[in-house]
Structure formats: structure tokens, C-alpha cells
Write a protein that binds this ligand. Structure first.
Ligand code: UDX
Length: 430
């Protein structure tokens, strides 16, 4: 099929490249000319494993990019994969999705024949049917039915494994109140289902929207719960990882997402939990567990720094921050725990020396006045404390490099290394 993907960010670029790899003919549409040029040059505009290879293979053939929305007319179906950031009050900001829906509708208006529009972005329940569909129908001058199909198809891509997650999904969710649009999604995903068997959930648009929020809220709450229990463990001298290994044997719990420590960041969980909480409050329901999950997550960087304070005074002293990205495998620093940690160090007047294999350039925009080391060893040289914030392999592999520290204080927020002779070592929850 001929597909168009509106938005070439983390989700849109992965979706475009993977659909091209599945045999579709894909047009990526983005307002950013430099992103369009990067894609057409066969390069990836974002850091994501396997994406460069897919784009290099298909660019100029079954994958192309443009800024021109009119290209939609030559395609059968269009995915909306635009940002849905948070407003200051925590509510979802739909400005980009509304503008995208309007652009799609206007581009469709002159088209004869049927077209499917699929919402890929994470939007609060009711958005597809009550906000975006009316905009598309009005600007495309057609109603859902024999000329237009509108559906919601959430993604569950993790940064660092997005291509693998797209090509090996644990489920596909097709949400629409119109059976034809559900059929359209089966057509789009047929090549994937031929390669990889996965359950297909057919449901309403609202349910599909809520499935995405529930998936993220559940995972974030699971991490916050193990962190809550991990904090108790730390106070009682118990190793939370030993506890997690044991409870993870209960298949109702599973071993996944039980790594206690500094907690969660990223572009999705914080904004999604705040958006769904905001919607709940608009309906006079304050979700206590979701609010508690955020509260525990907010605690972790503070507890982490207090552990450091117990062993060393960092006023006017160099402190190594090892790891900046919100998790290994990505250069993304959105809502990264390193931001709160560096803030806390600066409020202690420490001289921060940060290291990350790929994310330093991004962090420079937030903290231009700290030092960025080219290697973990350089960051550790003369430091009075080493704070492990992201569990990159090269940080987990450190050993003799700690000998160059002025004080051998290591505070580990990610169970990245084991305690060892010669180090004053503290684990955040162990
Ligand atoms: C998440 C969801 O997993 C994905 O399905 C959704 O589409 C987007 O949001 P992502 O944000 O890329 O994906 O990261 P993920 O791997 O889920 O980790 C989220 C955060 O939780 C990271 O900051 C990570 O460090 C933290 N985490 C994860 C833990 O602290 N402990 C764990 O055991 C797992």
C-alpha cells in the first residue's frame, strides 16, 4: 500500500522506516526541511539502533520524505505521528495534532476516492472521535463512511528498541467506531502479521486511546512500586534486587520492570501520566495511585543525593555524573533523572563533570556551564564522588578508573556496578 506518515520524530521515523521495510511505499511528511533532507539522504534524523540501516536501504526507493502535505493524495492511508506535549497545567497539548488533522483534511479535499487517517500519537480518550475526526471531516469535506476512514492505532515503542518493538509487537491495537477503518488497519499491518504473529485487539477509538495510557501508567506505577519497596529495603538494610528477583518468579508479577533505583524519565511516561491524571481530575476523580507513582518517582533523585551527602561534602569540589540519557541506548535526555541530579549538585555548589557516550551534546543545551568529559576516566579524575545515573555498559564496566578519584565515594542509582573493596559504595535501594 501507499502510506504517508505525518511527523518524523522518534515514532514517525521508526514507523515510516519499518513500513517501508515491510514492503509498503512510504512518504514521510515533516515541516522541518532538515529532517526531510536527512531522510532523503538515507540517514536517520534520530539516534535509534537499526534505524540507520533501514533508512539507508529504503530511502529513494520505497521511502521518501517531503514537507508537502499534498503528497498525501497519492497515498491510501495517512498516520498522524505528531508531538502531544504537556501544557503547563499537565494537560495534553493538542495544537500539533489539530494542525496536522487540518493539513491532512485540506490535502484530502480534492482527492477522489476513499482514504484512511490513523491517529498514531498518544491522545487522551475521546480525542480521535470528538476532536480530530470533526476537523478532518470538515476540511476534507467528507464524512466517515465510504469516502473516509478514521482509526486510532497506538504504538508501544521503547526508545533504544523501537525498531524491534515495531517489528515484533506483543499486540496490535486497532481502534475505530467504523468497521471499514478496522479493515483498513488489517490491510496496512498484513505484511507485519505475515512475518510476526501477534494478537490483534479490535476495539473502539476511545478504548484504543485508553489502552495506551493504561499500558504506560501501569509500567510507570510498577517501577514506582518497586522503588517504594526499594526505599523501605534501603532503610532496613535489605537488597531490593534480591527481593525483586524472587517476586519476579511469580508470573503474575514477572521479572520485567522491577529494577529499582533512580526511577523513570523519558518523553512518554511523565507526560502521559500527567495528561490522564488531568483528564481524570476534570471528571472529579483524583487517581491516588497514579499521583503516588509520580510522588515516589520525584523522591528518588533527592534520596540519591542525600546518600552522597552522608559520605562527602561537595561544596566547591568536583563530582562525576556518569550517564545523562534517561536510559541506556538513546541520546534522549527528556525528563532524564540526570537533570534533577545536576540541579541538586549545583544547589550544593559542586563542580559537575558529566559523562555520557552520546547524550552530552543534548545536555549542553540545558547545562552549558558544567564540564563534559570525553571518557568516564576523565570524569572520575580527582572527583570526590561518582554518581551513577544511567547504566550504560561502559559505566557498568568501570573498575580501576575509580582509583583516580580524590575520594572513592560511589553512589549507584542503577545497580550498574557491584560494591567492591576500596570503594565507599552506596546503592540507592540496596
Ligand atoms: C516507554 C514504554 O515502555 C513504551 O511502551 C512506550 O511506548 C513509551 O514509553 P521508554 O520511555 O522508551 O518506553 O522507556 P522504558 O524502557 O519503558 O523505560 C522508561 C523509564 O523507566 C526509563 O527512565 C527507565 O530507566 C526506567 N525503568 C525502566 C526503571 O527505572 N526500572 C525498570 O525496571 C525499567
Amino acid at each position: 500500500m501507499d502510506l504517508s506518515i505525518i511527523g518524523s520524530g522518534y515514532v514517525g521515523t521508526t514507523v515510516a522506516a519499518c513500513f517501508a521495510d515491510l514492503g509498503h511505499d512510504v512518504t514521510a511528511i515533516d515541516v522541518d526541511q532538515s529532517v526531510v533532507e536527512t531522510l532523503n539522504a538515507g540517514e536517520a534524523p534520530i539516534e535509534e539502533p537499526r534505524l540507520p540501516e533501514l533508512i539507508a536501504e529504503h530511502a529513494g526507493d520505497s521511502l521518501r520524505a517531503t514537507t508537502d502535505y499534498d503528497a498525501i493524495r497519492k497515498t491510501d492511508a495517512t498516520f498522524l505521528a505528531l508531538p502531544t506535549p504537556s501544557n503547563k497545567d499537565g494537560s495534553i497539548d493538542l495544537q500539533f495534532m489539530k494542525a496536522g488533522a487540518e493539513g491532512v483534511g485540506e490535502a484530502l479535499s480534492p482527492k477522489d476516492g476513499y482514504h484512511t487517517v490513523i491517529v498514531k500519537s498518544t491522545v487522551v480518550p475521546g480525542t480521535t472521535e470528538d476532536v480530530l475526526a470533526p476537523i478532518i471531516e470538515e476540511t476534507a469535506d467528507r464524512s466517515q463512511g465510504d469516502q473516509l476512514g478514521i482509526a486510532m492505532n497506538p504504538e508501544f515503542l521503547r526508545e533504544g528498541t523501537a525498531v524491534a518493538d515495531f517489528l515484533n509487537p506483543d499486540k496490535l491495537v486497532f481502534g475505530s467506531d467504523h468497521p471499514q477503518a478496522i479493515d483498513d488497519l488489517h490491510g496496512v499491518f498484513a505484511p507485519l502479521l505475515e512475518r510476526h504473529d501477534a494478537p490483534v485487539v479490535e476495539t473502539g477509538a476511545r478504548e484504543a486511546e485508553m489502552i495506551k495510557y493504561a499500558n504506560n501508567a501501569f509500567l510507570a506505577s510498577k517501577v514506582s512500586l518497586i522503588n517504594d519497596l526499594g526505599n523501605i529495603c534501603k532503610e532496613l538494610g535489605v537488597d531490593a534486587y534480591e527481593v525483586a528477583d524472587a517476586i519476579g518468579l511469580d508470573d503474575r508479577i514477572s521479572a520485567k520492570f522491577l529494577r529499582s533505583g533512580l526511577g523513570w524519565g523519558g518523553s512518554c511516561w511523565p507526560k502521559d501520566i500527567s495528561a490522564i491524571t488531568h483528564v481524570a481530575k476534570q471528571h472529579d476523580y483524583d487517581p491516588p495511585i497514579l499521583e503516588a507513582a509520580v510522588a515516589v518517582n520525584d523522591l528518588q533523585p533527592r534520596r540519591f543525593l542525600r546518600l552522597m551527602d552522608q559520605h562527602v561534602t561537595v561544596d566547591d569540589e568536583p563530582v562525576a555524573v556518569l550517564g545523562l540519557s534517561f536510559k541506556p541506548g538513546t541520546d534522549d535526555i527528556r525528563n532524564a533523572r540526570s537533570i534533577e541530579v545536576i540541579d541538586g549538585l549545583q544547589s550544593r555548589n559542586a563542580e559537575v563533570v558529566a559523562y555520557d557516550p552520546v547524550a552530552s551534546a543534548n545536555m549542553l543545551e540545558i547545562f552549558p556551564d558544567i564540564e563534559y568529559a570525553d571518557s568516564p576516566a576523565d570524569a572520575l579524575e580527582g572527583a570526590v564522588a561518582a554518581l551513577i545515573v544511567t547504566e550504560w555498559d561502559e559505566i557498568s564496566g568501570l573498575d580501576e578508573e575509580f582509583d583516580a578519584m580524590a575520594e572513592p565515594v560511589v553512589i549507584d542509582g542503577r545497580r550498574a556496578i557491584d560494591r567492591r573493596e576500596g570503594l565507599v559504595y552506596e546503592g540507592l535501594t540496596w
